[in-house]
Ligand binder design. Structure first.
Ligand SMILES: [Fe+2]
Length: 356
């Protein structure tokens, strides 16, 4: 959650009447977190927002969710954290950790509002928000489905919630939603993934009927290259690259930057034994000076307790280097990550030996 936003028509106070030009009543929908104690957004609909009917053939609906997402909207409310890689939607090769069917996506999302985003953006969709992704062209996504949400780390906020000036990004870096006028694109199907099961519903009317909203729960996008990296005299730990916090996990951005400037610095990441975190890295672009055999699209997973570090020669070769052009996303997770059968099926069996 960033800060409060208000778009479109809202009444002068919450929970009072909002009427249209002909005096017709609008319908509130309170979209809340943590029961009624957490962040919330109040939406205003042209029609009652809860008139969906159950569809019996859920298996077919699930298939449709993967293959024909243009005509569906979806909601995810789950109790398991998942991290994965999604490729073209018809490739059938989603991989990852506790991964489930997840449509590969592009670039214009959400029904209640639109968020424009582009290659290299983090895209945040709040849990339970009615949304869709409109794909155009082949894509690859590293995605997280996190039950505790994704947040700006507390240390980047001041006492009133504003991003501090020493935070690694500012409010203006975030791409925010724009309200789109009510419209009917013929969407009448809704898929809800809850607790690992898929539920299908039909809608009596177009869900694209929001005329206004007010709150802190909304989708946004953040370009990873807007992250302002820190550089130290000697090598800084990954926590300095922390970008977003999740329950039991930290998401870090490694972006192009100058490297350590002490005259005797060793810029390459030091070998380490992280005994309380699993580490998963998605390599987006650039050269990864410490590793061989990884490139854009690769994922590495280093379970807690297993020492790892630079590949042979990388440590020594980094001395005197002044810049890195790596672009990668890492998650440190305090709970062990379990690879899915799909992820195990593409494991590089020689990866461990590459450290020798
Ligand atoms: Fe590591």
């Amino acid at each position: 959650m960033l800060d409060r936003m208000q778009l479109g028509s809202v009444p002068r106070k919450h929970h009072i009447q909002l009427r249209g030009p002909e005096g017709e009543l609008r319908y509130e929908e309170c979209f809340t977190r943590d029961g009624f104690d957490g962040p919330y957004t109040i939406l205003y609909h042209l029609r009652r927002p809860h008139t969906q009917r159950q569809i019996a053939d859920l298996a077919a609906q699930r298939t449709a969710a993967a293959m024909d997402i243009d005509d569906l909207v979806g909601v995810t409310v789950d109790d398991v954290d998942r991290i994965g890689l999604a490729r073209e939607r018809d490739a059938g090769d989603d991989i990852g950790v506790e991964v489930e069917c997840h449509p590969a996506v592009d670039l214009r999302s959400a029904l209640l509002c639109d968020v424009e985003f582009a290659q290299g953006d983090y895209v945040f969709v709040p849990r339970g928000l009615l949304h869709r992704f409109l794909p155009h062209g082949p894509q690859q996504w590293f995605w997280f489905s996190l039950t505790g949400g994704v947040h700006v780390p507390n240390q980047w906020r001041n006492g009133v919630g504003q991003l501090r000036m020493d935070a690694p990004y500012c409010h203006r870096d975030f791409k925010r939603p724009e309200l789109v006028p009510p419209r009917d694109e013929g969407i009448r199907a809704l898929v809800v993934r809850r607790g690992g099961a898929w539920h299908g519903f039909s809608l009596d009317h177009s869900p694209l009927d929001v005329v206004g909203w007010d709150g802190t729960v909304y989708p946004w996008a953040f370009p990873i290259l807007a992250f302002q990296p820190r550089v130290g005299s000697v090598h800084l730990p990954p926590t300095w690259h922390g970008t977003f916090a999740a329950r039991g996990a930290l998401i870090c951005s490694f972006v192009p930057r100058p490297v350590d400037f002490h005259p005797e610095a060793i810029p390459c990441p030091y070998p380490h034994s992280s005994t309380h975190c699993d580490e998963i890295i998605f390599y987006c672009d650039g050269n990864f000076t410490s590793r061989r055999g990884v490139g854009p699209g690769s994922i590495s997973h280093h379970p807690m307790g297993v020492p790892h570090g630079p590949h042979p020669g990388s440590y020594e070769k980094s001395i005197g280097v002044t810049r890195t052009d790596e672009l990668a996303v890492m998650a440190d997770a305090f709970a062990p990550l379990r690879a899915t059968p799909a992820a195990l099926a593409i494991e590089d069996a020689g990866y461990q030996d590459s450290f020798v």
